[in-house]
Design a protein. Structure first.
Length: 405
């Protein structure tokens, strides 16, 4: 395999030289196309550096390695390190020398933050006091090290039968769903407050349980993840980081059958990619409203700082929701680029629209009015009334007449 890669790279370099020097240009382009078609991973592979900060929910079953294996199965490289201690809270990590040293070790692409499993599900006032301040300390440490790093909050799952330890103090956590709802609220609050991404593992678990409760995502303690739970979590992270479905990955951990793996891949893919904006994942998207030659654009991007529009006719804009008037009709490729993390990250989407120009004024002037009627069909020359002009070419036009001819 390694020899094959070297051979293809050598061919690519030779092809580039031929194209640059205009030698057998036609044949060179054909070779280049074949390389893209039959060996695309050389061109498209991504290498990402990521640090996981958390506790046993993260290191159980070596979940970060699962994410790396999923990426590798699609031709990408995910290099990771961890700072995980059993039962660790954000408070502990925010002052832990080892964790802070790892944050400053390199310019990470992503740093994952996972809180102690119960704390974010407590009452809003307690979370505001015991969780949010320390999450912010970690965010500040990450951005101080590199403004280009994107933090990812790891939304965990509710315990199988709720948090029975704290049920008497805060009834909403007495059930799985009550605990899960509070985890969702707290992690999303941290994500939006910090302009960070959220990996919705807990919601993937919720969907999996809803669709097939026979797949036990928990170990015997009804809290920690089984191999199925860790794999579902890893699939969720893959979709969150790459904004691509995990469905179709050939990586399946030992102990999981292929049908169950496909099911979990599908759950994670739909959970993440059907609601990118909900999880505050950095993404560019837009819709458009077309009225003849005038087009209004609605920016639906998420977790961005700035945008740049290219309307396909030479005009551009940096407005969030711009509009553009086209001088000609036809198809136009609209390109929206979202920008975040002080310009370090960009994401571009292109959509094609069709615009119809209004009738040329000269065409209207060449027509002759043969009758003028009101909306009831009677001949009319009244002022300030809607009239219908009937032209000699058989066309009709509704106008408001303000003065006599």
């Amino acid at each position: 395999m390694r020899k094959m890669i070297k051979k293809r790279l050598k061919t690519l370099k030779k092809t580039y030289f031929l194209v640059k020097n205009n030698i057998s240009l036609k044949n060179s382009i054909k070779k280049l196309i074949l390389i893209f078609l039959f060996f695309p991973n050389i061109m498209l592979a991504q290498s990402i550096d990521i640090l996981f900060i958390g506790n046993s929910y993260t290191y159980a079953n070596n979940m970060p390695q699962m994410v790396s294996e999923l990426a590798l199965s699609f031709g990408d490289t995910l290099n990771f390190q961890t700072s995980t201690f059993g039962g660790a809270t954000f408070n502990l990590h925010s002052s832990n020398v080892s964790t802070l040293d790892k944050i400053s070790q390199k310019n990470w692409d992503y740093v994952v933050l996972q809180a102690q499993s119960q704390e974010p599900s407590f009452s809003p006032s307690q979370v505001a006091n015991d969780v949010y301040p320390y999450a912010q300390i970690l965010i500040d440490s990450i951005t101080s090290n590199s403004i280009c790093t994107e933090p990812i909050f790891f939304m965990t799952w509710g315990r199988k039968y709720g948090d029975q330890q704290n049920c008497q103090f805060y009834p909403p956590v007495c059930t799985y769903l009550g605990m899960q709802n509070r985890l969702r609220e707290s992690y999303l609050s941290m994500s939006f407050t910090s302009n960070a991404t959220c990996a919705p593992a807990g919601i993937s678990w919720k969907e999996s349980i809803l669709q097939d409760s026979s797949i036990n995502l928990y170990t015997s303690d009804n809290s920690h993840p089984s191999i199925y739970g860790s794999y579902l979590t890893a699939c969720t992270f893959y979709c969150t980081i790459y904004k691509k479905p995990s469905l179709g990955s050939t990586y399946i951990p030992v102990g999981i059958d292929s049908l169950t793996a496909i099911f979990l891949q599908n759950v994670a893919s739909k959970t993440v990619l059907d609601s990118v904006n909900v999880w505050n994942i950095f993404n560019s998207d837009f819709s458009s409203n077309i009225f003849v030659d005038s087009v209004s654009f609605v920016n639906m991007s998420s977790n961005y700082e700035n945008v740049l529009w290219n309307f396909g006719d030479g005009n551009t804009s940096i407005d969030d929701n711009p509009h553009n008037i086209y001088a000609n009709d036809g198809f136009f490729d609209i390109k929206l680029t979202a920008i975040t993390n002080s310009g370090c990250l960009t994401d571009t989407i292109t959509k094609s629209i069709f615009v119809t120009s209004p009738l040329n004024i000269n065409e209207v002037n060449n027509r002759k009015v043969i009758r003028t009627i009101n909306i009831l069909g009677s001949e009319s020359v009244f002022l300030y009334k809607p009239l219908i002009y009937i032209y000699d070419d058989g066309s009709l036009e509704k106008v408001i007449k303000y003065q006599k001819d």
